[in-house]
Design a protein around this ligand. Structure first.
Ligand code: PLP
Length: 387
């Protein structure tokens, strides 16, 4: 296993090839040209690993792929223009009409859409299961089940799946496994070492870390990556731009210290929230009262910055509480420098999220890089307004 600081600082950095520049250049080019037919022919033999055309390979993007694969302890990786593009390529490559997928319930909203709506058009069926019990995956397996899709912890309510137990079931039934590892990142959870076949990431979140680029990454075996490259990657063409890949490389450099800081601040904010009369419930894997706390400690190296609370309040008070926060910005996404809230009641009346089963008084939090004291003071004044 490569040391993380070696991966982040040295792996794949070929400084002698670009004037000993500390930071790799952005290869902002669509095309690469050849001096003779033989050179062009050789490049085409290996389009996934040779600069030929940027939809296939580009040195800036390739460096990101190398580092992400090494972090996940996977053989290879491919980057995409968004996390959703990576999820779609991983799933679509491995199913066809007549196949069945078992997915954890309440995954990321557009993963749900992919499985329940888009793939249904092509004759692929899906069953969503409560993933807190691994045996629910097994119960849902049918003779035509090809794929088990995990997201641990999942979005909004942060339930875990016992990765090792689900992998065991998958192997027994000859199914492939994909996990969305965005919440934990490969620094806090390495599912491939636990037998998972593919990890997918919204790199927009922690990997970017600065809320200024959208991207996705898929890590797997070389054989799987080659198959996806020749299939969905090149034909659907959902690639990341060299500039955004460069921003993700920059984000990666500080990932360990950002994650450590976020874990520490989140612990303080969660502790404060747990003492509030107006907080009915807290959904945080690393809260000692969480029924899955032991599993969280077993699977993940440290806590993340996302959790949700259930507020003891009616809809109007819930909205007032959210509207009164000023250090917490209100929006989607997470993983950047800024703390955020996402009130579930904002999903109501939106056609794209009509499947939401979240109660109106659940609020998702992301803790960024601000001081805990500032965030807690902001929460205090908002609670005082609705008491
Ligand atoms: C944001 C997110 C995605 C989608 O990623 P994009 O980069 O926005 O396409 C997928 N999974 C999870 C868990 C996410 O939070």
């Amino acid at each position: 296993m490569s040391d993380i600081s070696f991966i982040l600082n040295e792996l794949g950095e070929e400084r002698q090839q670009y004037y000993q520049a500390t930071v790799p250049p952005i290869f902002q080019t669509s095309n690469f040209v050849f001096r003779n037919v033989e050179m062009m022919r050789n490049a085409l033999k290996n389009e996934s690993s040779t600069p030929f055309y940027t939809r296939g390979n580009n040195p800036t993007i390739d460096l990101l792929n190398k580092k992400m694969a090494a972090l996940e302890q996977a053989e290879a990786a491919l980057s995409f223009g968004s996390g959703s593009a990576a999820v779609a390529a991983a799933v679509m490559n491995n199913v066809q009409a007549g196949d069945h997928v078992v997915c954890v319930q309440k995954p990321y909203s557009w993963t749900y859409k992919l499985l329940a709506v888009l793939l249904a058009k092509f004759g692929v069926q899906v069953t969503f299961v409560d993933g807190t019990k691994a045996r629910n995956f097994e119960k849902a397996i049918q003779p035509n089940t090809k794929l088990l899709f995990l997201e641990s912890p999942n979005s909004f309510t942060f339930e875990l799946q016992d990765i090792a137990a689900v992998v065991k079931i998958a192997k027994k039934h000859n199914c492939l496994t994909i996990i969305d590892n965005s919440y934990a990142t490969p620094l806090n959870q390495t599912p491939i070492t636990m037998g998972i076949d593919m990890t997918v990431h919204s790199a927009t979140k922690y990997i970017c870390g600065h809320s200024d680029a959208v991207g996705g990454v898929l890590c797997s075996s070389q054989a799987m990556i080659d198959k996806i490259f020749a299939g969905e990657f090149m034909t659907l063409g959902g690639i990341i731009s060299p500039f955004n890949a460069w921003l993700l490389l920059r984000g990666l450099r500080t990932l360990p210290i950002r994650l450590k800081r976020v874990a520490k601040t989140t612990k303080k904010v969660v502790k404060f929230l747990k003492d509030q009369d107006l907080v009915e419930k807290i959904y945080y894997p690393h809260d000692k009262k969480n029924p899955q706390y032991d599993l969280a400690k077993k699977q993940m190296k440290q806590g993340g910055g996302q959790f949700s609370i259930l507020l003891k309040a009616d809809l109007a008070q819930t909205e007032k509480f959210c509207n009164s926060l000023s250090r917490f910005l209100m929006g989607a996404s997470w993983g950047g420098y800024e703390s955020l809230i996402f009130p579930a009641c904002a999903l109501y009346d939106s056609a794209n999220y009509a499947n939401t089963t979240l109660p109106y008084n659940i609020i998702r939090f992301y803790i960024g890089l601000e001081d805990a004291d500032l965030l807690i003071a902001d929460l205090k004044q908002a609670f005082a307004l609705i008491e």
